[in-house]
Design a protein around this ligand. Structure first.
Ligand code: ADP
Ligand code: ASP
Ligand code: MG
Length: 460
């Protein structure tokens, strides 16, 4: 069971989470994965940025409010019996966090390795608090970090990749022995340890990935993701008011949705579960009796409905490489992608001509500089231009495979609302069509497609 930040955002939510764990613990062996509370990861990120810029006052103000927040929650969650131990643990972590932040302030330097270490405090503070709340409910919880539980990664800080076989082996050894003693491991999501022993993170939203890795390692019956919505929906309910919950979704569809849904689930999270065919259930921690969404290996019955959901990735940019000399000149595309790859720029989408790439907005300036250095002045590429205010809208559904006319309906729907489409791509699985539109028109594009395919209506 993984509890997302939204499900642990306050004392009452932490206690609610603990009651949920307790209510399912008899007769089941459970492993719990905890995210950082609420928006704590964003706040730590912000603290790092401010400290790097030398904004000492703002940095310390944010830091001390984060410290006080966790301490206050710890005091009210811990109760009288285990309260003192928990407070000591939190104080120690707070002190360690403070030293880290002071170090960044002093050096005015924030490497990706240090950032991972800084961000790790979110989960490292939340997990002992959650474990203590579970113990207050009578669950024999034991807090562990992802690394202690056995997740070992490479040193690709910020987006570390687990060494899967080693991690599975260690997870089984360490967690099974706790489970055998009738203990409930509570593992920090999102963070792990590199081969050389440094703290790494699995990328934003990575607690889902932690849960899936653990579920796969232990061959769990199911992986449950507790969050703040009733399940996976036809669109982000913050954008489409009448979005509907999807009761069953196949791994293929969920993969496309998570890849293009940016926030709902970590894009790699479903991989371990789907490989081992372990069903994933998404449920609302505020309504624990709801059915939620079941993601499984079964092809879902869409009853003739071709499109299942629409999602959006914000904060992307487009880089276009152009020039008459590129026509008929092999190898330019290869050089473009090699340059982006070696500069650690992840390409989210490419257009058919492959002279246009959609990438994360934060990478745009770096990508343009690298491409200019690598490609200009050699007679083929004449210009490298970029746009920063874009977003990707993805239309997903296994029923689209082999159904003609879906793309045409998508384009007319957005055109009717006067949305200009900048780029188009179709996923190799044929489960998705993605459009790049301006940031501003993204939500309207999502709504127009949601309406066109009548996703708000219940299946007959
Ligand atoms: P957690 O803190 O539980 O990890 P996240 O904020 O990462 O939660 O993800 C849940 C949020 O994802 C929801 O509040 C919702 O606004 C957003 N979301 C985006 N797309 C969808 C979708 N298709 N279905 C459900 N929620 C979605
Ligand atoms: N706390 C981390 C984040 O905000 C991981 C997660 O929530 O899954 O990205
Ligand atoms: Mg999340």
């Amino acid at each position: 069971m993984k509890f997302g930040g939204s499900s642990l955002a306050s004392t009452s939510r932490v206690k609610n989470g603990a009651r949920i764990v307790h209510s399912f613990s008899s007769g089941n062996k459970l492993v719990v994965v905890a995210s950082a509370m609420g928006e704590v990861t964003d706040q730590l990120f912000e603290i790092g940025e401010l400290a790097q810029k030398g904004e000492a006052r703002m940095t310390r103000r944010l830091l001390s409010s984060l410290q006080r927040f966790h301490r206050a929650v710890a005091v009210s969650v811990g109760g009288r019996k285990s309260g003192r131990d928990l407070a000591t643990t939190i104080d120690q972590l707070n002190l360690e966090l403070e030293k880290t932040v002071e170090g960044i302030l002093h050096l005015r330097e924030l490497t990706s390795r240090t950032r991972d270490y800084l961000l790790s405090f979110g989960e490292r503070l939340a997990t002992p608090i959650f474990a203590s709340a579970m113990r207050a409910e009578g669950v024999r919880a034991r807090a562990l970090t992802g690394g202690e539980a056995g997740i070992t990664t490479d040193g690709n800080y910020g987006e570390a990749r687990p060494l899967v076989e080693v991690s599975y082996h260690q997870l089984r050894r360490r967690l099974d022995s706790l489970l055998a003693k009738k203990e409930t491991p509570a593992v920090t999501g999102f963070i792990a340890t590199s081969v050389d022993g440094n703290v790494t993170t699995l990328g934003r939203g990575g607690s889902d990935y932690t849960a899936s890795l653990i579920g796969a390692a232990l061959d769990a019956d199911e992986i449950w993701i507790w969050t703040d919505v009733n399940g996976l929906m036809t669109a982000d309910p913050r954008i489409v008011k009448d979005a509907r919950i999807l009761s069953t979704v196949s791994f293929g569809e969920a993969l496309e949705l998570s890849y293009f849904g940016a926030k709902m689930m970590h894009p790699r999270a479903l991989q371990p579960a789907s490989q081992r065919r372990i069903p994933v259930r998404i449920r609302n921690s505020q309504k624990p009796n709801g059915e939620g969404t079941l993601i499984s290996a079964k092809e879902s019955d869409n009853r003739g409905r071709v499109v299942k959901a629409v999602s959006i990735i914000r904060d992307v940019g487009i880089v276009t490489v152009g020039g008459a000399g590129m026509i008929g000149a092999p190898g330019v595309a290869a050089k473009v992608f090699q340059t982006l790859g070696s500069n650690n720029v992840n390409v989210i989408m490419i257009s058919q001509g492959s002279s246009e790439a959609t990438i994360s907005r934060k990478d745009v300036d770096r990508a343009v500089r690298a491409l200019q250095l690598a490609l200009l002045g050699q007679g083929q590429v004449e210009r490298i231009v970029h746009e920063k205010d874009a977003c990707i809208v993805a239309v997903v559904g296994s029923g689209m495979k082999g159904t003609p006319g879906v793309a045409a309906r998508v384009f007319s729907a957005v055109a009717r609302r006067k949305v200009n489409v900048r780029m188009v791509a179709q996923g190799s699985s044929e489960y998705n069509i993605s459009l790049v539109v301006s940031e501003e028109s993204g939500p309207e594009a999502v709504r127009s497609i949601h309406d066109e395919f009548r996703l708000a209506e219940k299946l007959a």
